[in-house]
Design a protein around this ligand. Structure first.
Ligand code: ZN
Length: 243
């Protein structure tokens, strides 16, 4: 059965239409059951204008009808994290400090949220259908591996490695399948299916082509010149033939 995930947009979110393209995402392991919008009731309380956990939790709506509630916002969160976990299977993700990195690297903004949807679904399954609090257990690793469980704590720019064709690294696969803490292991077939779906999280055709051009500029110029010359020659022959 698919995990039901509800989204809630908290406050003003730049590039909202781009991010909400996620609603069309087709997955066999989770489904997005709805998107709500909510305004902030209060202000930040951290020394650097961030929302500390107790404060942002007051802004989160209750999770009444979904397996997981993901609240998407654009304000800085506690300890400069981009994801924080709360009670009742609620998670808050912020695009603050992340949007610029993704846009600069031509990565669709929805990819960041997709990464969370997949990691949250696997955590939910591995923990006996619940999302533990941040203080209970850590699921991420500090070194970036292009894995959906990368921490990206030391350098947020490393997010680019896990938002373009991300994967679940071997060590995380092992932790999910052989969960010695709760004995609620994730089915291997679910991991295989997830790995397959993660490959679809990429830059999109346009930016894949521009990336290729940036990587091989000389070959691109040669191919373009040959194609242009060929078109010129073919049109010349056609003209000579029909005149
Ligand atoms: Zn990993």
């Amino acid at each position: 059965m698919k995990v039901k995930i509800k989204l809630c947009i908290l406050g003003h979110l730049p590039h909202l239409a781009e991010i909400l393209k996620i609603e069309k995402w087709n997955s066999s392991i989770f489904e997005i059951t709805g998107v709500n919008n909510l305004n902030f009731a209060g202000c930040s309380d951290g020394p650097n204008w961030e929302f500390l956990d107790n404060n942002i939790e007051k802004e989160l709506p209750p999770n009444t009808d979904a397996d997981i509630l993901i609240v998407v916002t654009n304000v800085p969160l506690q300890d400069d994290y981009f994801v924080r976990r709360f009670s009742d299977n609620r998670i808050c993700i912020t695009y603050s400090g992340m949007s610029d990195i993704l846009i600069f690297n031509d990565i669709p903004l929805k990819n960041l949220l997709l990464r969370l949807l997949y990691s949250a679904t696997l955590v939910y399954k591995s923990q006996g259908n619940r999302i533990p609090l941040l203080s209970e257990i850590k699921f991420t690793h500090d070194d970036p591996r292009g894995c959906i469980f990368d921490m990206n704590g030391a350098d947020k720019k490393d997010i680019v490695y896990s938002t373009n064709k991300p994967e679940i690294c071997n060590s995380c696969v092992d932790s999910l399948i052989n969960n010695h803490v709760t004995n609620n292991s994730v089915d291997e077939a679910l991991i295989i299916e997830t790995q397959k779906e993660l490959k679809r999280i990429n830059k999109g055709l346009y930016f894949k082509i521009t990336d290729r051009i940036k990587k091989h500029p000389i070959i691109t110029i040669v191919i373009s010149s040959v194609v242009a010359l060929s078109i010129d020659l073919i049109s010349h022959f056609i003209y000579e033939y029909i005149k």
